[in-house]
Design a binder for this molecule. Structure first.
Ligand code: ATP
Ligand code: MG
Length: 408
Protein backbone atom coordinates (compact mmCIF):
# COMPACT_ATOMS: atom_id res chain seq x y z
CA UNK A 1 0.00 0.00 0.00
CA UNK A 2 2.84 2.40 0.87
CA UNK A 3 5.57 2.84 -1.68
CA UNK A 4 7.19 6.12 -0.55
CA UNK A 5 8.39 7.80 2.63
CA UNK A 6 8.17 11.56 3.03
CA UNK A 7 10.89 12.95 5.32
CA UNK A 8 10.70 16.30 7.11
CA UNK A 9 13.68 18.12 8.60
CA UNK A 10 14.27 19.10 12.20
CA UNK A 11 14.77 22.47 13.84
CA UNK A 12 13.15 24.75 11.30
CA UNK A 13 13.54 27.79 13.52
CA UNK A 14 16.95 28.06 11.85
CA UNK A 15 17.19 30.76 9.20
CA UNK A 16 19.31 31.59 6.16
CA UNK A 17 22.74 30.06 5.82
CA UNK A 18 22.38 27.88 8.93
CA UNK A 19 19.20 26.38 7.63
CA UNK A 20 20.84 25.63 4.32
CA UNK A 21 23.76 23.90 6.05
CA UNK A 22 21.39 22.01 8.35
CA UNK A 23 19.43 20.58 5.42
CA UNK A 24 22.59 19.73 3.50
CA UNK A 25 23.91 17.78 6.51
CA UNK A 26 20.64 15.92 7.11
CA UNK A 27 20.56 14.91 3.47
CA UNK A 28 24.15 13.63 3.68
CA UNK A 29 23.19 11.60 6.74
CA UNK A 30 20.10 10.13 5.07
CA UNK A 31 22.22 9.13 2.07
CA UNK A 32 24.86 7.53 4.31
CA UNK A 33 22.27 5.54 6.25
CA UNK A 34 20.39 4.13 3.24
CA UNK A 35 23.49 3.69 1.10
CA UNK A 36 23.36 -0.11 0.96
CA UNK A 37 19.59 -0.25 0.27
CA UNK A 38 17.88 -0.33 -3.10
CA UNK A 39 15.87 2.89 -2.69
CA UNK A 40 15.97 6.21 -4.53
CA UNK A 41 15.92 9.69 -3.04
CA UNK A 42 14.12 12.69 -4.47
CA UNK A 43 15.51 15.70 -2.57
CA UNK A 44 13.34 18.86 -2.63
CA UNK A 45 14.07 22.14 -0.89
CA UNK A 46 12.17 21.40 2.32
CA UNK A 47 11.68 17.63 2.28
CA UNK A 48 12.87 14.33 0.84
CA UNK A 49 10.81 11.65 -0.87
CA UNK A 50 12.19 8.14 -0.65
CA UNK A 51 10.99 5.64 -3.23
CA UNK A 52 11.05 2.30 -1.39
CA UNK A 53 11.14 0.21 -4.58
CA UNK A 54 11.16 -3.38 -3.23
CA UNK A 55 12.79 -2.59 0.12
CA UNK A 56 10.57 -3.33 3.16
CA UNK A 57 9.46 -0.10 4.84
CA UNK A 58 10.67 -1.35 8.26
CA UNK A 59 14.25 -1.58 6.96
CA UNK A 60 14.20 2.01 5.70
CA UNK A 61 12.52 3.27 8.86
CA UNK A 62 15.24 1.68 10.99
CA UNK A 63 17.86 3.61 9.00
CA UNK A 64 15.90 6.88 9.21
CA UNK A 65 15.67 6.51 13.00
CA UNK A 66 19.45 6.96 13.07
CA UNK A 67 19.45 10.34 11.34
CA UNK A 68 19.82 13.19 13.82
CA UNK A 69 18.11 16.38 12.69
CA UNK A 70 15.30 14.41 11.08
CA UNK A 71 12.07 15.67 12.58
CA UNK A 72 9.35 13.37 11.29
CA UNK A 73 8.41 11.17 8.41
CA UNK A 74 5.30 9.62 6.92
CA UNK A 75 4.52 6.54 4.90
CA UNK A 76 3.08 7.71 1.64
CA UNK A 77 0.84 6.24 -0.98
CA UNK A 78 1.13 7.90 -4.38
CA UNK A 79 -1.55 7.80 -7.07
CA UNK A 80 -2.75 9.70 -10.15
CA UNK A 81 -4.63 12.95 -9.47
CA UNK A 82 -8.06 11.45 -9.80
CA UNK A 83 -10.52 12.03 -6.96
CA UNK A 84 -12.11 8.58 -7.26
CA UNK A 85 -8.70 6.89 -7.21
CA UNK A 86 -7.58 9.02 -4.26
CA UNK A 87 -10.72 8.09 -2.31
CA UNK A 88 -10.28 4.41 -3.14
CA UNK A 89 -6.70 4.27 -1.85
CA UNK A 90 -7.50 6.48 1.14
CA UNK A 91 -10.31 4.09 2.10
CA UNK A 92 -7.86 1.18 2.15
CA UNK A 93 -5.38 3.19 4.24
CA UNK A 94 -8.05 4.19 6.76
CA UNK A 95 -9.43 0.66 6.96
CA UNK A 96 -5.94 -0.66 7.63
CA UNK A 97 -5.47 1.92 10.37
CA UNK A 98 -8.89 1.76 12.09
CA UNK A 99 -9.71 -1.92 11.54
CA UNK A 100 -13.37 -0.89 11.31
CA UNK A 101 -13.46 0.74 14.79
CA UNK A 102 -15.62 3.89 15.19
CA UNK A 103 -13.31 6.80 14.31
CA UNK A 104 -13.67 10.51 13.64
CA UNK A 105 -11.66 11.90 10.75
CA UNK A 106 -11.01 14.82 8.48
CA UNK A 107 -9.35 15.31 5.13
CA UNK A 108 -6.69 17.97 4.79
CA UNK A 109 -5.59 18.90 1.30
CA UNK A 110 -2.53 20.84 0.19
CA UNK A 111 -2.35 21.99 -3.39
CA UNK A 112 1.33 22.31 -4.31
CA UNK A 113 0.40 22.23 -8.02
CA UNK A 114 -1.39 25.55 -8.45
CA UNK A 115 -2.45 24.57 -11.99
CA UNK A 116 -4.88 22.05 -10.56
CA UNK A 117 -8.36 23.55 -11.15
CA UNK A 118 -9.92 22.86 -7.71
CA UNK A 119 -8.84 24.60 -4.49
CA UNK A 120 -7.82 22.68 -1.36
CA UNK A 121 -11.10 23.68 0.29
CA UNK A 122 -13.02 22.23 -2.60
CA UNK A 123 -11.06 18.96 -2.79
CA UNK A 124 -11.27 17.94 0.90
CA UNK A 125 -15.07 17.61 1.22
CA UNK A 126 -15.35 15.79 -2.10
CA UNK A 127 -12.84 13.14 -1.01
CA UNK A 128 -14.34 12.92 2.50
CA UNK A 129 -17.80 12.34 0.94
CA UNK A 130 -16.51 9.54 -1.27
CA UNK A 131 -14.78 7.85 1.68
CA UNK A 132 -17.84 8.18 3.94
CA UNK A 133 -19.92 6.40 1.35
CA UNK A 134 -17.61 3.38 1.63
CA UNK A 135 -17.06 3.25 5.39
CA UNK A 136 -19.76 3.19 8.05
CA UNK A 137 -17.37 3.42 11.02
CA UNK A 138 -16.32 6.99 10.18
CA UNK A 139 -17.69 10.36 11.25
CA UNK A 140 -16.35 13.77 10.29
CA UNK A 141 -14.78 16.01 12.95
CA UNK A 142 -12.82 18.93 11.54
CA UNK A 143 -11.72 20.27 14.95
CA UNK A 144 -10.40 17.27 16.92
CA UNK A 145 -10.39 14.25 14.64
CA UNK A 146 -8.91 10.88 15.72
CA UNK A 147 -7.35 10.63 12.29
CA UNK A 148 -6.36 13.07 9.56
CA UNK A 149 -6.00 11.98 5.98
CA UNK A 150 -3.50 14.27 4.28
CA UNK A 151 -3.71 14.72 0.54
CA UNK A 152 -0.98 16.60 -1.32
CA UNK A 153 -1.71 17.45 -4.92
CA UNK A 154 1.65 17.74 -6.66
CA UNK A 155 2.54 18.08 -10.32
CA UNK A 156 3.57 14.43 -10.55
CA UNK A 157 0.64 12.91 -8.65
CA UNK A 158 -1.33 12.85 -5.40
CA UNK A 159 0.50 11.91 -2.21
CA UNK A 160 -1.58 10.45 0.62
CA UNK A 161 -0.55 9.88 4.22
CA UNK A 162 -2.09 9.52 7.68
CA UNK A 163 0.52 9.48 10.44
CA UNK A 164 3.52 11.64 11.13
CA UNK A 165 6.10 9.42 12.82
CA UNK A 166 8.61 11.20 15.05
CA UNK A 167 12.28 10.95 14.03
CA UNK A 168 15.35 11.48 16.22
CA UNK A 169 15.02 15.27 16.15
CA UNK A 170 17.94 17.37 17.36
CA UNK A 171 20.63 18.52 14.95
CA UNK A 172 22.51 16.68 12.21
CA UNK A 173 25.63 15.17 13.72
CA UNK A 174 28.72 17.18 12.76
CA UNK A 175 27.01 20.55 12.54
CA UNK A 176 27.98 21.37 16.13
CA UNK A 177 31.69 20.60 15.79
CA UNK A 178 33.62 17.72 17.31
CA UNK A 179 34.27 16.50 20.85
CA UNK A 180 36.01 13.54 22.48
CA UNK A 181 33.90 11.10 24.49
CA UNK A 182 35.39 9.32 27.51
CA UNK A 183 34.00 5.85 26.89
CA UNK A 184 34.13 3.20 29.60
CA UNK A 185 32.52 -0.20 29.23
CA UNK A 186 29.57 0.92 31.34
CA UNK A 187 25.98 1.84 30.58
CA UNK A 188 26.27 5.61 30.85
CA UNK A 189 29.02 6.78 28.54
CA UNK A 190 27.59 5.33 25.28
CA UNK A 191 24.31 7.05 26.11
CA UNK A 192 26.17 10.32 26.72
CA UNK A 193 27.84 9.89 23.32
CA UNK A 194 24.53 9.23 21.61
CA UNK A 195 22.93 12.33 23.17
CA UNK A 196 25.88 14.45 22.07
CA UNK A 197 25.55 13.18 18.49
CA UNK A 198 21.81 13.79 18.61
CA UNK A 199 22.59 17.39 19.48
CA UNK A 200 24.83 17.69 16.41
CA UNK A 201 28.24 16.97 17.94
CA UNK A 202 30.54 14.56 16.13
CA UNK A 203 32.53 12.37 18.51
CA UNK A 204 35.82 10.53 18.74
CA UNK A 205 36.02 8.06 21.62
CA UNK A 206 38.75 7.65 24.21
CA UNK A 207 39.04 4.46 26.22
CA UNK A 208 41.54 4.04 29.03
CA UNK A 209 42.49 0.41 29.01
CA UNK A 210 44.51 -1.30 31.71
CA UNK A 211 45.38 -4.62 30.07
CA UNK A 212 46.86 -6.92 31.26
CA UNK A 213 45.51 -5.80 34.66
CA UNK A 214 42.08 -6.00 33.03
CA UNK A 215 41.04 -8.50 30.38
CA UNK A 216 41.31 -7.91 26.63
CA UNK A 217 37.58 -8.69 26.48
CA UNK A 218 36.95 -5.34 28.17
CA UNK A 219 38.57 -3.63 25.16
CA UNK A 220 36.54 -5.71 22.72
CA UNK A 221 33.45 -4.65 24.64
CA UNK A 222 34.37 -1.01 24.10
CA UNK A 223 34.91 -1.60 20.37
CA UNK A 224 31.50 -3.26 20.18
CA UNK A 225 29.93 -0.26 21.91
CA UNK A 226 31.55 2.09 19.40
CA UNK A 227 30.19 -0.06 16.56
CA UNK A 228 26.66 0.53 17.89
CA UNK A 229 27.25 4.27 18.32
CA UNK A 230 28.69 4.47 14.80
CA UNK A 231 25.22 3.68 13.41
CA UNK A 232 24.42 7.32 14.22
CA UNK A 233 27.69 8.82 12.98
CA UNK A 234 28.43 10.42 9.61
CA UNK A 235 29.63 7.64 7.26
CA UNK A 236 28.75 5.13 10.00
CA UNK A 237 32.28 5.36 11.44
CA UNK A 238 33.81 6.64 14.68
CA UNK A 239 37.47 6.90 15.74
CA UNK A 240 38.48 5.15 18.94
CA UNK A 241 41.64 6.12 20.84
CA UNK A 242 42.84 3.29 23.08
CA UNK A 243 45.03 4.73 25.81
CA UNK A 244 47.34 2.29 27.64
CA UNK A 245 46.56 3.09 31.25
CA UNK A 246 48.03 0.19 33.19
CA UNK A 247 51.22 2.05 34.09
CA UNK A 248 49.35 5.05 35.45
CA UNK A 249 46.94 2.78 37.25
CA UNK A 250 49.57 0.69 39.01
CA UNK A 251 51.68 3.75 39.91
CA UNK A 252 48.66 5.39 41.52
CA UNK A 253 47.97 2.19 43.46
CA UNK A 254 51.45 2.49 45.00
CA UNK A 255 51.50 6.22 45.76
CA UNK A 256 47.94 7.18 46.61
CA UNK A 257 45.93 6.03 49.61
CA UNK A 258 42.59 4.38 49.25
CA UNK A 259 40.11 7.29 49.53
CA UNK A 260 41.85 9.31 46.78
CA UNK A 261 42.55 6.47 44.33
CA UNK A 262 39.58 7.13 42.10
CA UNK A 263 39.95 10.90 42.35
CA UNK A 264 43.56 10.81 41.16
CA UNK A 265 42.80 8.18 38.52
CA UNK A 266 40.09 10.40 37.11
CA UNK A 267 42.32 13.47 37.18
CA UNK A 268 44.80 11.52 35.06
CA UNK A 269 42.03 10.53 32.65
CA UNK A 270 41.01 14.16 32.24
CA UNK A 271 44.60 15.21 31.58
CA UNK A 272 45.04 12.60 28.86
CA UNK A 273 41.59 13.37 27.42
CA UNK A 274 42.53 17.04 27.16
CA UNK A 275 45.66 16.14 25.22
CA UNK A 276 43.73 13.95 22.78
CA UNK A 277 41.04 16.61 22.49
CA UNK A 278 43.64 19.10 21.31
CA UNK A 279 45.40 16.62 19.02
CA UNK A 280 42.14 15.65 17.33
CA UNK A 281 41.03 19.29 16.95
CA UNK A 282 38.03 18.66 19.16
CA UNK A 283 36.33 21.40 21.15
CA UNK A 284 35.21 19.63 24.32
CA UNK A 285 35.38 16.52 26.48
CA UNK A 286 32.15 14.59 26.97
CA UNK A 287 31.61 11.93 29.61
CA UNK A 288 28.90 9.86 31.24
CA UNK A 289 29.05 11.38 34.72
CA UNK A 290 25.71 11.67 36.43
CA UNK A 291 25.36 13.62 39.67
CA UNK A 292 25.14 11.48 42.77
CA UNK A 293 25.41 8.13 41.00
CA UNK A 294 28.61 7.03 42.76
CA UNK A 295 31.13 8.57 45.15
CA UNK A 296 33.20 9.94 42.29
CA UNK A 297 30.21 11.83 40.97
CA UNK A 298 29.38 14.26 43.76
CA UNK A 299 29.72 17.94 42.87
CA UNK A 300 32.79 18.11 45.11
CA UNK A 301 34.37 15.16 43.27
CA UNK A 302 33.58 16.57 39.87
CA UNK A 303 35.04 19.91 40.89
CA UNK A 304 38.22 18.29 42.22
CA UNK A 305 38.65 16.26 39.03
CA UNK A 306 37.67 19.09 36.69
CA UNK A 307 40.32 21.31 38.33
CA UNK A 308 43.12 19.73 36.27
CA UNK A 309 41.83 20.94 32.91
CA UNK A 310 40.72 24.12 31.21
CA UNK A 311 38.86 22.07 28.60
CA UNK A 312 35.12 22.47 28.26
CA UNK A 313 33.64 19.36 29.88
CA UNK A 314 30.08 18.42 28.91
CA UNK A 315 28.10 15.89 30.92
CA UNK A 316 24.91 15.14 28.99
CA UNK A 317 23.69 12.80 31.76
CA UNK A 318 24.46 15.09 34.71
CA UNK A 319 20.82 15.30 35.77
CA UNK A 320 19.50 12.06 34.31
CA UNK A 321 17.85 9.33 36.33
CA UNK A 322 19.47 5.87 35.93
CA UNK A 323 16.18 4.41 34.63
CA UNK A 324 15.98 6.98 31.86
CA UNK A 325 19.61 6.32 30.94
CA UNK A 326 18.93 2.58 30.80
CA UNK A 327 15.91 3.11 28.57
CA UNK A 328 18.03 5.00 26.03
CA UNK A 329 20.77 2.34 26.31
CA UNK A 330 18.18 -0.30 25.36
CA UNK A 331 16.86 1.81 22.48
CA UNK A 332 20.32 2.28 20.99
CA UNK A 333 21.20 -1.38 21.64
CA UNK A 334 24.22 -0.73 23.84
CA UNK A 335 22.66 -2.10 27.03
CA UNK A 336 23.40 -5.79 26.35
CA UNK A 337 27.01 -4.99 25.53
CA UNK A 338 27.48 -2.70 28.54
CA UNK A 339 26.18 -5.37 30.91
CA UNK A 340 28.62 -8.03 29.69
CA UNK A 341 30.60 -9.09 32.74
CA UNK A 342 34.12 -7.75 32.12
CA UNK A 343 35.89 -5.30 34.38
CA UNK A 344 37.27 -2.02 33.18
CA UNK A 345 39.92 -0.05 34.98
CA UNK A 346 37.41 1.55 37.35
CA UNK A 347 35.96 -1.72 38.54
CA UNK A 348 39.17 -3.55 39.47
CA UNK A 349 40.82 -2.50 42.72
CA UNK A 350 37.77 -0.58 43.79
CA UNK A 351 38.67 1.35 46.93
CA UNK A 352 36.86 0.49 50.16
CA UNK A 353 36.28 4.09 51.22
CA UNK A 354 36.33 6.46 48.26
CA UNK A 355 36.40 10.13 49.26
CA UNK A 356 32.94 11.55 48.69
CA UNK A 357 34.13 15.13 49.14
CA UNK A 358 37.73 15.12 47.94
CA UNK A 359 39.65 18.37 48.24
CA UNK A 360 41.78 19.85 45.50
CA UNK A 361 44.73 20.59 47.83
CA UNK A 362 44.94 16.95 49.01
CA UNK A 363 44.71 15.68 45.43
CA UNK A 364 47.47 18.10 44.40
CA UNK A 365 49.60 16.87 47.29
CA UNK A 366 49.21 13.19 46.36
CA UNK A 367 50.33 13.96 42.83
CA UNK A 368 53.69 15.30 44.06
CA UNK A 369 54.52 11.69 45.11
CA UNK A 370 55.25 10.57 41.55
CA UNK A 371 56.15 11.95 38.12
CA UNK A 372 52.72 11.88 36.57
CA UNK A 373 53.66 14.20 33.70
CA UNK A 374 56.03 11.61 32.29
CA UNK A 375 53.43 8.88 32.66
CA UNK A 376 50.87 10.98 30.80
CA UNK A 377 53.37 11.74 28.07
CA UNK A 378 53.99 8.00 27.64
CA UNK A 379 50.29 7.14 27.63
CA UNK A 380 49.54 9.74 24.94
CA UNK A 381 52.53 8.59 22.91
CA UNK A 382 51.46 4.95 22.93
CA UNK A 383 47.77 5.57 22.30
CA UNK A 384 46.44 3.40 19.46
CA UNK A 385 43.79 4.93 17.23
CA UNK A 386 41.44 2.80 15.19
CA UNK A 387 38.41 3.60 13.05
CA UNK A 388 35.41 1.56 14.06
CA UNK A 389 32.89 0.86 11.30
CA UNK A 390 29.27 0.03 12.16
CA UNK A 391 29.09 -2.35 9.22
CA UNK A 392 32.52 -3.98 9.41
CA UNK A 393 33.21 -5.74 12.70
CA UNK A 394 36.59 -5.20 14.38
CA UNK A 395 37.66 -8.30 16.29
CA UNK A 396 40.70 -8.16 18.53
CA UNK A 397 40.08 -11.33 20.52
CA UNK A 398 42.29 -14.25 19.63
CA UNK A 399 44.56 -12.20 17.37
CA UNK A 400 47.35 -11.63 19.84
CA UNK A 401 48.07 -11.43 23.52
CA UNK A 402 48.03 -7.66 23.89
CA UNK A 403 45.85 -4.87 22.59
CA UNK A 404 48.82 -3.44 20.70
CA UNK A 405 49.65 -6.77 19.03
CA UNK A 406 46.08 -7.43 17.98
CA UNK A 407 45.75 -4.03 16.36
CA UNK A 408 49.06 -3.97 14.53
P1 ATP B 1 29.66 4.15 32.93
O1 ATP B 1 28.41 3.41 33.12
O2 ATP B 1 29.70 4.94 31.66
O3 ATP B 1 30.88 3.29 33.08
P2 ATP B 1 29.83 4.80 35.65
O4 ATP B 1 28.57 5.09 36.32
O5 ATP B 1 30.39 3.45 35.78
O6 ATP B 1 29.68 5.18 34.12
P3 ATP B 1 32.38 5.91 36.39
O7 ATP B 1 33.06 4.60 36.21
O8 ATP B 1 32.58 6.65 37.62
O9 ATP B 1 30.81 5.89 36.14
O10 ATP B 1 32.82 6.83 35.21
C1 ATP B 1 32.22 8.05 34.94
C2 ATP B 1 32.58 8.43 33.52
O11 ATP B 1 34.01 8.49 33.37
C3 ATP B 1 32.12 7.40 32.52
O12 ATP B 1 30.78 7.57 32.16
C4 ATP B 1 33.08 7.66 31.38
O13 ATP B 1 32.69 8.80 30.65
C5 ATP B 1 34.37 7.99 32.13
N1 ATP B 1 35.19 6.76 32.28
C6 ATP B 1 35.24 5.92 33.33
N2 ATP B 1 36.09 4.91 33.08
C7 ATP B 1 36.60 5.10 31.85
C8 ATP B 1 37.52 4.39 31.00
N3 ATP B 1 38.10 3.25 31.39
N4 ATP B 1 37.79 4.90 29.79
C9 ATP B 1 37.20 6.05 29.36
N5 ATP B 1 36.32 6.74 30.10
C10 ATP B 1 36.02 6.28 31.33
MG1 MG C 1 32.18 2.80 34.41
Amino acid sequence: MYEHILVRYGDLTLKGKNRHLFIKKVNELIKAKVTSLDVSLDIRHDRVYIDLKDTPKETVIQCLNRVSGLYSYSLISKCPIDLDKIAEIATQMILDKTQGQPTSFKVETKRADKNYPLTSQQVSPIIAGKILRQMTNLTVDVHQPDLTLNVEIRDDGAYLFIDQIKGMGGFPVGIGGKAVLMLSGGIDSPVAGYLAMKQGIEIECIHFESTPMTSIESVQKTIDLVEKMALFAPDNKIKLHLVPFEQIHSTINIHVTDPYLITILRRMMYRVAERIMIQSKSLAIINGESIGQVASQTLESMQCVNDVTKALVIRPLATYDKHDIMKIARDIETMDISTRPFEDCCTVYLPQNPAIRPQIRFADAFETNFDYKKLIEEAVLHTKTITVDAYNHTDILGKGLTVEESLS
